[in-house]
Structures are given as structure tokens and as C-alpha cells.
Design a protein around this ligand. Structure first.
Ligand SMILES: NC(=O)c1ccc[n+]([C@@H]2O[C@H](COP(=O)([O-])OP(=O)(O)OC[C@H]3O[C@@H](n4cnc5c(N)ncnc54)[C@H](O)[C@@H]3O)[C@@H](O)[C@H]2O)c1
Ligand SMILES: O=c1ccn([C@@H]2O[C@H](COP(=O)(O)OP(=O)(O)O[C@H]3O[C@H](CO)[C@@H](O)[C@H](O)[C@H]3O)[C@@H](O)[C@H]2O)c(=O)[nH]1
Length: 403
């Protein structure tokens, strides 16, 4: 059989992953037409804006979009057209932690993945390679296959791949230009391997072949959760040690430096902090905890859960330290918070440790001033809404909390 040649790619989801990832594919593969579709009109309009007022901030992203947009990179709300025309479809929609129902607070909400998959099945009239780009629990590809096969038109075949994304926000473009690895999981059937080869060839336009790892579907899905859990575990480990340092007079930077010099360990990801934030670490570990519990592995679940619990402890410990240092009360005192996003070089505030700290400060009735060059005032208000006082008396007491 002739190798499958990918000529048109559609990416469902124009968010922090779909946008940069597929913009870079378009840049590096001028012979492939890439269309990124999303139901969110405002987001698509921002991607298409004449003055390049893009919906997300990432160093280097603007230059990529300027070069490829209108050439072979397109943004649209016409999801059906994108599906219809593509040979290969990335599903890069959000998979947040479930807020209600079975698994609430732990399991991933797969509703968006399911809706996108159902749309593909309903619309496709030719063979498609469907690629799971979203971070999902192990064996989600099987559910996607069941949905696609049960709802497709006769004669239409779907091959499903898992291709998790490892970019970190703030360095997304560098990470995409020179990834440590690209991971592709497929069924080990002849068709699965052909689909895997087709996607590998897309990446091979700029990624050295030895960095493109091909594995089984379930290993690929689990590797993504495993990578995030182990990265976050390093941060919780170093944060736990920081508490011992503060109690003993040891210096956590010196300890982390000494530990990281061990070549078996490496120096990266050992910075003690106020706790990790971002849309991925907590969500993906909780997902792993839920998976472990579902598999009747309570000890494994408890092990990973502790990484998140240590993170909560570190945030609480930090706020308490601030109060203790300021003579056990911060009522009426003005505290300035520089940086509201979850890390530098991004405007993303999801699970930012700053939100937890500011809520703690507000509950102690401090006056808080916040500045972040990449986050709008509206977004800050939105994120803090739950922390704001509700009664008129409280409101008048706190009227000048923000600048
Ligand atoms: N943010 C990161 O740094 C990062 C890195 C690696 C992996 N991931 C994973 O990638 C996935 C996407 O994350 P994100 O941060 O890009 O999310 P996001 O919320 O920024 O973007 C998701 C987009 O999908 C759109 N969408 C949802 N359902 C849709 C549908 N049926 N049809 C069309 N569009 C639809 C939403 O409108 C939204 O714009 C998640 O599973 C996440 O865990 C994220
Ligand atoms: O030594 C460290 C390193 C990071 N952090 C914090 O950890 C959080 C996450 O940082 P980082 O991992 O750099 O950013 P993310 O964009 O969340 O990227 C993670 O999550 C993504 C989504 O799954 C993965 O693709 C990436 O590989 C993984 O690094 C941030 O709050 C950082 O401040 C620390 O506290 N100490």
C-alpha cells in the first residue's frame, strides 16, 4: 500500500495547544494546508485580527502566525468544513477536571472530546486519521473509536492516534521548534502503523527522526499523565524540602543545586516556589489518581494525591508566613502582588497560585494591589470574583482593595 500523504490538516480547538502547535506545523510544512477551527467566535476573530491581537500571548508566536496565516494557515468557526476537507484531524479541545457527577473533582471531563468526535463521525465522508492531542485518561482512544465506528457513513474509515503535547506555556514556540520528543501512539495493526507513519512524516519536516517515538496507544496516553505527574512530583519534593530548610536554617537553593548536580537527577525543575499552578499539573495528577482508584489501586492513588496535597500545603504555608511576618495581622495593610498569571511569559491565569494567595489575603481583609503586564484587569476580576465580599458592609470596607 502507498504511504498515506497528509495534504490537509484540521485542528479542532484554537486554544493554548491547538493554536501554537498547528501554527508551527503550518510554518514548517508549507505544502500542507492547516485549518484551526473553534466554536468560540471571539477567539477565532482574535486569531484572524488584522492587527494580530492574538488571543494568547506566547513569545515568538506572533512571528509564526504572521508568516503562515493566509498562506497555508487558516482560522475558522466552520468546524464542519474543516472536518470535511481534512485528511488528518487533531482533537485539541479542553479536558478540564469534572465539576459534578461521577468522579467530580478528579476525573477529566471528556464532554468536549466526545462532542468533537461525534461531529467528526457525523460530517466525514472520506477516510480520516483522527489524532488525540488533548490530554486524556488511558484508553480514551478506544471510546473515540467506538463513537466513530458506530456513527460513521458506510465505507468511511478512521484511524486513531494519540499524540500528546508536551509544550510548556511561555516557551511553547521553542518547545515546538525543538521538542525533546514527539510521541505518537497507534494500534499495532498494519493500518494503525500506516497512520502513525503518516503523522511521523509531518513532524519529520523539522523534527529529527530519532526524536519521534512511536509506541502503543495506551502507552502514549499514559505517558502524558506520567510526565506531568513526575514533573509536578519534583516540585512538591523540593517544596517539601523548603519547609525543612526554613525550620533548620538550610538554604533550599543550595540544597536543590547540590541535589541537581547528580547527573542521574539533573538540575531542571527543582526551583522551590509558592506551589505549581497552570491548567495541567493538578488536573492531570487528579486524573491519574482517579484512574488508579478506578483500577482498584488505592495505594497508587494515595501516592500521587500527595503531590497535589503538598502543593496546597505550600500555598497555605506561604500565606501564613506573610501574615506571621506582618505581626500576625494583615487587616488594612496594603500588599502588592507582581504577577497574576501562573508563570512568566504567559497571560494564562488558570490555577495560578496568585489567585489562592490573594484570596487568602482578602479573607484577612488586606488591601491588595495587583499588576501583571500580560493579564487584563477584567480577567483578574473574573478570577477573583469568588473571593470578593458580598454584603454591602464588607464591600464598603474593602472598596479600595484593588488598583
Ligand atoms: N495549555 C497547555 O499548556 C497544554 C499543554 C499540553 C497539553 N494540554 C492539553 O491540551 C488540551 C487543550 O488545552 P488548551 O490549554 O489548549 O485548552 P483551551 O481551553 O485553551 O482550548 C480549547 C479550545 O477548544 C475549543 N472547543 C471545545 N470544544 C470544541 C468543539 N466541540 N468544537 C470546536 N472547538 C471546541 C474551545 O472553545 C477552546 O477554544 C487539554 O486536554 C490540555 O490538558 C494543554
Ligand atoms: O522548578 C519549578 C518549575 C516549575 N514550577 C511551577 O510549575 C508550574 C508549571 O510550570 P511549567 O511546567 O513550566 O508550565 P506548564 O505550561 O504548566 O507546562 C507543564 O504542563 C504542560 C501541560 O500538560 C506540559 O505539556 C508541560 O510539559 C509541563 O511542563 C508553574 O506554576 C511554575 O512556576 C515550579 O514551581 N518550580
Amino acid at each position: 500500500m502507498a504511504p498515506i500523504e497528509v495534504k490537509k490538516i484540521c485542528c479542532i480547538g484554537a486554544g493554548y495547544v491547538g493554536g501554537p502547535t498547528c501554527a508551527v506545523i503550518a510554518l514548517k510544512c508549507p505544502h500542507i494546508q492547516v485549518t484551526i477551527v473553534d466554536l468560540n467566535q471571539a477567539r477565532v476573530d482574535a486569531w484572524n485580527s488584522e492587527d494580530y491581537n492574538l488571543p494568547i500571548y506566547e513569545p515568538g508566536l506572533l512571528e509564526v502566525v504572521k508568516e503562515a496565516r493566509g498562506r497555508n494557515l487558516f482560522f475558522s468557526t466552520d468546524v464542519d468544513k474543516g472536518i470535511l476537507e481534512a485528511d488528518l484531524i487533531f482533537v485539541s479541545v479542553n479536558t478540564p477536571t469534572k465539576k459534578s457527577g461521577v468522579g467530580a473533582g478528579f476525573a477529566a471531563d471528556l464532554n468536549y472530546v466526545e462532542l468533537a468526535t461525534r461531529r467528526i463521525a457525523a460530517i466525514a465522508t472520506s477516510n480520516k486519521i483522527v489524532v488525540e492531542k488533548s490530554t486524556v485518561p488511558c484508553r480514551t482512544a478506544e471510546s473515540m473509536r467506538t463513537i466513530l465506528e458506530a456513527n460513521s457513513k458506510p465505507g468511511t474509515r478512521f484511524d486513531i492516534l494519540s499524540n500528546p503535547e508536551f509544550l510548556a506555556e511561555g516557551t511553547a514556540i521553542d518547545d515546538l521548534f525543538a521538542p525533546d520528543r514527539v510521541l505518537i501512539g497507534s494500534l499495532q495493526s498494519a493500518e494503525g502503523k500506516d497512520a502513525c507513519a503518516a503523522l511521523s512524516s509531518v513532524y519529520a519536516n523539522w523534527v529529527p527522526r530519532e526524536r519521534i517515538l512511536t509506541v502503543g496507544l495506551w502507552s502514549s496516553e499514559l505517558s502524558k499523565l506520567a510526565a506531568n505527574a513526575m514533573l509536578a512530583q519534583r516540585i512538591s519534593s523540593v517544596n517539601a524540602l523548603s519547609a525543612i530548610c526554613e525550620a533548620t536554617g538550610a538554604n533550599i537553593d543550595e540544597v536543590a543545586h547540590a541535589v541537581g548536580k547528580d547527573s542521574r537527577m539533573g538540575s531542571k525543575f527543582l526551583r522551590a516556589s509558592v506551589g505549581f499552578g497552570g491548567s495541567c499539573f493538578q488536573k492531570d495528577i487528579l486524573n491519574l489518581v482517579y484512574l488508579s482508584e478506578s483500577l482498584h489501586l488505592p495505594e497508587v492513588a494515595a501516592y500521587w494525591r500527595q503531590v497535589v496535597e503538598m502543593n496546597e500545603y505550600q500555598k497555605r504555608r506561604f500565606s501564613k508566613r506573610v501574615v506571621d511576618t506582618l505581626f500576625n495581622t494583615i487587616t488594612g495593610k496594603r500588599i502588592t502582588v507582581l504577577g497574576f498569571a501562573f508563570k512568566a511569559d504567559t497571560g494564562d491565569t488558570r490555577e495560578s497560585a496568585a489567585i489562592t494567595l490573594i484570596r487568602d489575603f482578602l479573607s484577612e481583609r488586606a488591601k491588595v494591589a495587583i499588576y501583571d503586564p500580560k493579564v487584563s484587569e477584567d480577567q483578574i476580576w473574573l478570577d477573583l470574583q469568588e473571593a470578593l465580599p458580598t454584603t454591602p458592609l464588607e464591600q464598603s470596607m474593602c472598596a479600595d482593595r484593588f488598583v
